[in-house]
Design a protein around this ligand. Sequence first.
Ligand code: PPS
Length: 300
Amino acid sequence: METPDMSSLMPSRPELFDFEGISMTHFFTDNWENVKNFQARPDDILIATYPKAGTTWVSYILDLLYFGNDDPDRQTSQPIYTRVPFLESCFQFIPTGTELADNLKTSPRLIKTHLPVQLVPKSFWEQNSKVVYVARNAKDNAVSYFHFDRMVKLQPEPGDWNNHLQKFMEGKKVCGSWYDHVSGWWEKKQTYSNLLYLFYEDLVEDTGREVERLCSFLGLSTPAEERKKITKGVHFDAMKNNKMTNYSTIPVMDFKISPFMRKGKVGDWKTHFTVAQNEEFDEVYKQKMKNTTVKFRTEL
Ligand code: PPS
């Protein structure tokens, strides 16, 4: 029997529009009343990132730290995007992020967001929930975002690499400006002590050390042996081969164009940026980041 053509059922690529000063698509604003009024709990853990900065990696680390030994079924049959709901998401093929979060039976609840700090529902701050922010250097982040937009049909068309890079520098990507995102969250860290600010580059350099840092922030006394096991389980190759973490169970990603778990490297930008693009990017970077103290590494 021939495979039916599902393309007509697939929603078309959405338009980007301004939402409270941030570029967004309707998939992240359609459920806004529920997002804004979301009731956080004191033991919730919010995993916040600019898209493509290592969200899935840190989500899986936290999932294993808390629930790795609890329920074997969780590890073998629940994809990471249902274990760790994506708060502002509103797609047709899966319940909304707020529905998924409201129905989570676990404690703590692990919740993912890509929102800039000023759009995070206020109950998280009122409840003093813990927040883990992950940031990735702009160049690799831009590259990863490009390949993601190419293969996810629910993202605006990225155009060619140069086109995408210009839009990235202008902040005309879903979730807005990378520069504002990482610096806004960095500022928040100065006044909100329940926020841990991690770097993707540090995770690549020494995952075990960052797992330890997470444990200490979360007040977990996970034994060294267990931490070692987790560190192995969250290695790029292990996650790429794990159906529950590699997003292969989601229908809107075209892995023939690019896999979700693509390269997992620091410095892959060097295979994409031309000398001229790099010079322009560095100039724009200097300007946009002149008022923040957050510093990134673009190579290890
Ligand atoms: S999303 O769609 O915003 O939730 O994507 P996100 O998970 O934030 O980012 C995806 C990129 O993170 C890489 N990744 C990893 N790198 C190293 N080790 C591990 N374990 C790992 N898990 C995910 C993933 O490969 C994407 O980066 P690129 O550069 O595209 O490979």
